[in-house]
Design a protein around this ligand. Structure first.
Ligand code: SAM
Length: 249
């Protein structure tokens, strides 16, 4: 049993840590998650419907923390992920570039095995307005396992590279930080099997749930914002068991 109180194939309006703590130890096959990056306060810019807007306007308050609170949240989530994963289960976690190495090191201290870092390269990054720094064109995702991985369904030499190119203007929902479905599906296809339970404690627009449902996995997730949960539930209505989505080159 996964949880005495939570049912699979549901997204709950709940804090990530509160939700994870309701799950049984050693009950989850895969966690794919994209928590807040804590960069909204740094007043960066982002794109929405082809227009450039500030992150604060796009993301509201959920991406802004004092650094101590942020580290505590992410570390507590990593510890809970370790507890709930089955031996051999995998955690994919996106973080801001500057945080990735730090959290990998902390996750290894908690018992995780560091397997790789995946890089998502944007085909169309924002221009550099000040022309005084390098354009930011990638995001990083850590790949960790609880011991030796129990599942790694190698798809092909071409697809199982740790660099993934994507178009960051191809959004399905209005969520400001929606991840590319093709990439999330690839992670789910490689690191889980049909019927497995895939958890995302920061579900946002439901990309992980959509990937899991279309590939015949069960899912479970949390988000604090009612608006995003409704977005995800709406998105899930049309999702049938299907082939993976592939991003056109
Ligand atoms: C980076 S977004 C995830 C986007 C998602 N990967 C997608 O493709 O749509 C992070 C999400 O975490 C949610 N969130 C922030 N703090 C949270 C918390 N403590 N517990 C649960 N969800 C939280 C936000 O509302 C936001 O939707």
């Amino acid at each position: 049993m996964t949880s005495k109180v939570l049912l699979p194939n549901r997204i709950y309006q709940m804090d990530a840590l509160v939700g994870l703590r309701k799950l049984e130890s050693n009950s989850v096959d895969l966690i794919v998650t994209d928590p807040p990056y804590n960069i909204a306060s740094k007043n960066r810019s982002t794109m929405k419907k082809g227009k450039i807007i500030s992150t604060m306007k796009a993301w509201g308050a959920w991406d802004s923390f004092h650094s101590f609170d942020y580290d505590l949240l992410i570390m507590s989530v990593i510890s809970e992920c370790y507890r709930v994963l089955k031996p051999g289960g995998a955690l994919y976690m996106f973080t801001a570039r500057e945080q990735n190495g730090y959290f990998v090191r902390k996750a290894v201290e908690r018992g995780f095995v560091y397997r790789n870092q995946l890089v998502m390269v944007k085909k169309n990054p924002l221009p550099s307005f000040s022309k005084s720094n390098w354009r930011s064109a990638y995001e990083a995702c850590m790949y960790l396992t609880k011991g030796k991985p129990s599942t790694f369904n190698f798809v092909s030499q071409a697809e199982c590279k740790n660099v993934f190119w994507y178009s960051n203007t191809r959004h399905i929902t209005k969520h400001p930080t929606e991840k590319p479905l093709a990439l999330i599906e690839l992670l789910v296809a490689v690191s889980s099997n049909e019927g497995d339970l895939v958890v995302d404690p920061f579900m946002g627009s439901g990309t992980t749930a959509v990937a899991a449902q279309s590939l015949g996995r069960r899912f479970l997730g949390f988000d604090l914002e009612k608006e995003y949960i409704e977005m995800a539930r709406e998105r899930l209505k049309g999702v049938k068991f299907a082939e993976r989505t592939r991003e056109a080159a």
